[in-house]
Design a binder for this molecule. Structure first.
Ligand SMILES: Cc1ncc(C[n+]2csc(CCOP(=O)(O)OP(=O)(O)O)c2C)c(N)n1
Length: 650
């Protein structure tokens, strides 16, 4: 007999299955998740945890008319399987396959896209208010993890729910974990609810009430009073949500399919904001993932029998993030004022190593980038040297905190921006390609990017001897395998490193793109040209003297960076040349003015959106040809970047 899963072409089909068949469906979904993700990697644990919840949502509500708004939306794989994307699911996060997150243009069932945490409640509330204004009757359901409640945006939305709408369902999917163990007072509070000794008894009462509610009909109303009683009994430690004006229901077992269906059916009939507390287990159904929720939050390919990922190839250089963390540990030994701050990313940034080595120097503040930055500013006023280890993409959240709380007050905070560059499988929510643009305009800021992992350590060391907001960007993945010096080198601020002199073309590169730069140089030399190669090191202050020198002696300048061209390093070079009144054609190599989709590899995206040796050579040769033909005169000063268009990823 075939699988039920193969019969599900839309949520309508979920409604046709019996309770027993739903149990089988849940099992099949888990098998599908484990099989597919063992090959492609992805957010296994979170999705295994929401199988019953997602089935129940589709069973009870009418998606896409009813709106499911998923926080972060890394847990939408089951939703994708049930909403017409089953046949392409095996290509999730791969080129041409579905995204690993909800994405509005991918499906009408994805009513709100995400990838960053904390947005679901605000967006859902906006939808609910829109519905109220339009006098329509769709249900809006926000599905938020317990860690989403450590996020300021969620709490800001919570503050607004009760006076904004009478009907909104907020599901708190509580599995006690963020990527690492959830932290802070809210995590403790939720833990107090679920470990309350009265919970088990009250949970039974709640269950019996829910079970006695007729599935449909007027009797519901009569039962409501009793329901209230039962629920009130559960309220003792749970008043916080009630104080915000939401009715609190739960906690209920998030793997009890019928209980979920009955409770959601009840919630659907209610005309008040409700917070339904659902307890789930990350990794449910795959013991290896249950036992190691952090690894299986988001994993690479693995062996199903052992849970092990393929052994790292011999001789692969260490990742930038590990080099960063090792340097933090090392520097903390000598520098009593140094502290490291992460916003819920101890494994992603590797700052967890600092917690192990020097727990008193380590702060995980939860998914709270704004707080992380202003907290760092506060510590800086007390003479500490905080390092915020935050992905380039997530630091976007804290922009005003950087300007208003750090830069304007001239405080010494170092931003180590991991994942500056592409995050291929994740896609547009996670590509860190805007940070040069957003940081460079900040007065007093210093911006640097290392071209290898040893230079990362030098830059961290240099940052510690300097002042104001300092931004160091480095990419995901392995460095170049260069040895890390025992004593890091102090780099003169604002000084580029000229690796090779030349007089026809000057290739300036910023950050870990030296491979493309070197290939470009080699190819141009093969054309018979004299080519300079310059490791820019700093985007701000930019090395004006070196830009001036090569601007005056070269025929063409080529800039290479892993960032959008608009507002990036090449723009900084152009502005510098302009201010010096030097007119020289500039070939800028970097990303087009577009949101870039996900793909199986970075290389595919880089080739498509303009960061490649081929793109650099084409642009540079074109400009050289114009110079030779005399069609580019100082008056016709040309800049070749990528075409700009407002196209969105398909
Ligand atoms: C603004 C922001 N910071 C950090 C992250 C990285 N991140 C992705 S999922 C996640 C944990 C989410 O935990 P929770 O909401 O409880 O969902 P669960 O995975 O436990 O189901 C974090 C920190 C992010 N997506 N967005």
């Amino acid at each position: 007999m075939g699988r039920y899963l193969d019969m599900i072409n839309s949520p309508v089909d979920v409604k046709l299955l019996s309770a027993e068949q739903l149990t089988t469906l849940a099992k099949e979904i888990r098998e599908e998740l484990i099989t597919v993700l063992s090959k492609s990697g992805g957010h296994l644990g979170p999705n295994l945890g929401v199988v019953e919840l997602t089935i129940a949502l589709h069973r009870v509500f009418e998606s896409p008319k009813d709106r499911f708004v998923w926080d972060v939306s890394h847990q939408v794989y089951v939703h994708k399987l049930l909403t017409g994307r089953r046949q392409v699911f095996h290509k999730i996060r791969q080129t041409g396959g579905p995204m690993g997150f909800a994405f509005r243009s991918e499906s009408p069932y994805d009513c709100f896209g995400a990838g960053h945490a904390g947005t679901a409640l605000s967006a859902a509330l906006g939808m609910a208010v829109g519905r109220d204004r339009a006098k329509t009757d769709e249900n809006v359901i926000a599905i938020c993890g317990d860690a989403a409640f450590t996020n300021g945006v969620t709490l800001e939305a919570l503050n607004n729910v009760a006076h904004s709408t009478k009907k909104l369902l907020v599901i708190l999917n509580d599995n006690e974990w963020s990527i690492a163990k959830n932290v802070g007072a809210i995590a403790n509070y939720l833990n107090r609810i679920t470990t309350n000794p009265r919970y088990n008894r009250l949970h039974k009462d709640f269950r019996s009430f829910i079970e006695r509610i007729p599935r449909v009909g007027p009797d519901l109303v009569h039962l409501e009073g009793k329901m209230e009683e039962a629920v009130k009994g559960l309220l003792l430690p749970s008043m916080i949500f009630e104080e915000f004006g939401l009715r609190y229901l739960g906690p209920i077992d998030g793997h009890d399919q019928q209980m979920l269906i009955d409770t959601l059916t009840y919630c659907k009939t209610q005309n008040e904001p409700i917070l339904l507390h659902v307890l789930t287990k990350k990794g449910k159904g795959y013991e290896i993932a249950v036992d190691d929720p952090q690894t299986f939050h988001g994993c690479g390919p693995f062996d199903i029998a052992t849970g092990k990922s393929p052994a790292k190839k011999e001789g692969v250089p260490p990742n930038y993030q590990d080099v960063f963390a090792a340097a933090m540990v090392r520097f903390c030994e000598k520098n009593a004022k140094l502290v490291g701050i992460t916003a819920a990313m101890p494994s992603g940034t590797s700052l967890g190593a600092l917690e192990k080595a020097h727990p008193d120097r380590y702060f995980d503040v939860g998914i709270a980038e704004e707080h992380a930055v202003t907290f760092a500013a506060g510590m800086a006023t007390m003479g500490f040297q905080p390092v915020c280890a935050i992905y380039s993409t997530f630091l976007q959240r804290a922009y005003d905190c950087i300007i208003h709380d750090v830069a304007l007050q001239n405080l010494d905070v170092i931003f180590c921006m991991d994942r500056a560059g592409l995050s291929a499988n994740d896609g547009p929510t996670h590509h860190g390609v805007f940070d040069i643009a957003y940081a460079r305009c900040i007065p007093g800021a210093i911006l640097m990017a290392p071209h290898n992992e040893d230079e990362l350590v030098d830059m961290m060391w240099t940052a510690l001897q300097n002042h104001g907001p300092i931004f160091i960007r480095y990419p995901r993945g392995a460095g170049e395998g260069v040895p890390i010096k025992a004593q890091p080198e102090l780099i003169p601020v604002g000084k580029a490193e000229v690796l090779q002199h030349g007089t026809d073309v000057a290739v300036f590169f910023y950050g870990a793109v030296s491979k493309i730069a070197k290939e470009t140089v080699a190819a141009l030399q093969a054309d018979g040209l004299s080519v300079a190669l310059i490791n820019a090191r700093f985007c701000k202050p930019i090395d004006v003297a070196t830009v001036e020198k090569y601007g005056r002696i070269s025929k063409v300048i080529c800039t290479i960076e892993e960032h959008v061209l608009m507002g990036g390093f090449g723009s900084a070079v152009l502005e510098t040349l302009h201010d010096l009144n030097i007119t020289i054609p500039v070939a800028r190599v970097g990303y087009a003015d577009k949101f870039m989709e996900h793909a199986s590899t970075n290389k595919e995206i880089q080739d498509k959106y303009g960061l490649s040796t081929a793109a650099g050579l084409t642009k540079t040769r074109e400009l050289l040809a114009e110079v030779a033909a005399g069609t580019t005169s100082p008056q016709q000063f040309r800049v070749l970047g990528a075409a700009t268009a407002n196209a969105r990823p398909a």
